[in-house]
Design a protein around this ligand. Structure first.
Ligand SMILES: *Cc1c(COP(=O)(O)O)cnc(C)c1O
Length: 424
């Protein structure tokens, strides 16, 4: 980006040189003037998914009825899990598509604690998605084994974690270290290999939440010797609202790892209807109940587009887009007191960028209600801009910053109330 210019024509030249530009046409854009900067919260609809779901409803459900279970429905969690595995660096047989991210975290956190009996400490950080911390608190409460949750803080207002404190906290009493690979507010990106290595040195397991990295960063679970992971499919994987999530258990743990939810879909021979539970070998034991067929097929359709584009190209464009956004903000928004709430170094940053401003909430409202720009707001002052390499164009980023400049110049945010809406 050496020849950077704040002109619109520069954005157009980046689009012309973009090797992923053609993928934009594979998604639904019913409102052409909308600048959607929230693909990190809910990805856009792939056009192919409309046909996939229509066919699944009409022909598979409508036509096959119960026979559908023998035509790919029953194996969907593993088949689609393996496709997700290709995006997150996991060899086949280690990823399953099932349940929600929250439920999968509960399952795998329990599994980890069972694999490290006697150890009482769970480590996470204050940058983590609060729901992840609730789930850990709930697991401790349910187990009643005297576990405690140790949260590592931040010394720069939640931009980055205090790594030194994290390394010092991991000790011989630590059962589990669990972190969001890319943190949801600032977009800080953990060094998965390094954290995993440090945890293993002390005999602890690591559970990664990939919700904000799967589909935008080339995660390498196997190469990092990761133990456990979970992640979301409705963000950068474009699986649709409420789509089932995924979980990863490394092969070397699968023999001893048991889910805390002993359901029949993870039973060894489910159709024998035996009265005693025997976990089936492999990742399938973590699938508790009947697979979510329709929504899983939508996930498969979204994941296939990312596979086709390839993670290296996706990451390269992601870095260029976040870099471009930061540079453009510095050029066009200097007088409005924004602070970049994300790491400047590309290797420490995921796929979104936060701009912080004391009036963040109302600025975000003005962008959505007045300017046809959709970012989102995260307390206390973060406006998050998510860039989806498969369908966000550089010219859209240019227009987003330009419309933000207009909101500030004309003080349009002052027309909005400070009272918060339910979903921000
Ligand atoms: C989006 C997200 C979740 C979502 O969990 P659900 O069970 O789908 O509500 C969990 N963790 C992180 C870090 C997320 O970003």
């Amino acid at each position: 980006m050496d020849n950077f210019s704040p002109a619109r024509t520069y954005a157009q030249s980046l689009d012309q040189a973009d090797p992923l530009a053609a993928f934009r046409a594979r998604f639904s854009h019913p409102q052409p003037s909308l600048r959607y900067m929230d693909g990190n919260s809910l990805g856009k609809l792939p056009l192919k998914t409309i046909d996939v779901l229509e066919q699944a409803v009409r022909d598979q459900w409508g036509g096959e009825l119960i026979r559908g279970w023998n035509q790919g429905w029953w194996e969907a969690p593993q088949r689609i899990g393996d496709k997700i595995g290709q995006l997150v660096g996991a060899a086949p047989g280690q990823v399953a598509l099932c349940d929600s991210t929250s439920v999968n975290l509960f399952k795998l956190a329990n599994t980890a604690l069972m694999l490290r009996p006697g150890r009482k400490k769970i480590i996470s950080d204050t940058l983590n998605f609060p729901s992840d911390l609730y789930i850990l608190q709930g697991a401790i409460h349910t187990l009643q084994k005297g576990h405690s949750l140790h949260l590592v803080g931040s010394q720069d207002e939640d931009l980055t974690p205090d790594l030194q404190s994290l390394y010092e906290a991991i000790d011989e009493d630590t059962a589990l270290v669990t972190l969001s690979h890319v943190v949801f507010k600032s977009g800080y990106l953990y060094d998965m290999a390094e954290i995993t290595r440090r945890a293993h040195q002390k005999g602890a397991l690591v559970l990664w939440d990939l919700s904000h990295s799967a589909g935008v960063f080339p995660v390498e679970l196997d190469a990092c010797e990761a133990d456990l992971a979970i992640g979301c499919t409705y963000k950068y994987l474009n699986g649709g609202p409420g789509a089932p999530a995924f979980l990863y258990v490394n092969n070397r743990l699968q023999q001893q790892a048991v889910s805390p939810i002993w359901g029949w879909a993870g039973q060894d021979k489910p159709f024998n209807f035996a009265l005693e539970y025997t976990p089936t070998p492999g990742i399938r034991r973590f699938v508790a109940g009947t697979p979510h067929v329709l929504s899983s097929l939508a996930v498969e359709s979204g994941v296939e587009i990312s596979l086709e584009a390839g993670m290296p190209a996706i990451r390269e464009k992601s870095i260029r887009m976040t870099e471009y956004f930061i540079r453009l903000g510095e050029a066009l928004l200097t007088e409005y007191q924004f602070r970049v709430g994300s790491p400047r170094e590309a290797h420490l940053r995921g796929g979104h960028v936060s701009l912080r401003h004391p009036e963040g909430y109302r600025i975000n409202r003005a962008l959505i209600d007045d300017m046809e720009v959709i970012p989102d707001f995260r307390e206390p002052d973060n406006i998050r801009f998510g860039f989806a390499p498969l369908y966000t164009s550089y010219e859209e980023i240019w227009e987003t910053v330009e419309r933000l400049r207009i909101v500030m110049e004309e003080k349009r945010f002052t027309r909005y109330s400070q009272a918060k809406a339910t979903v921000t």
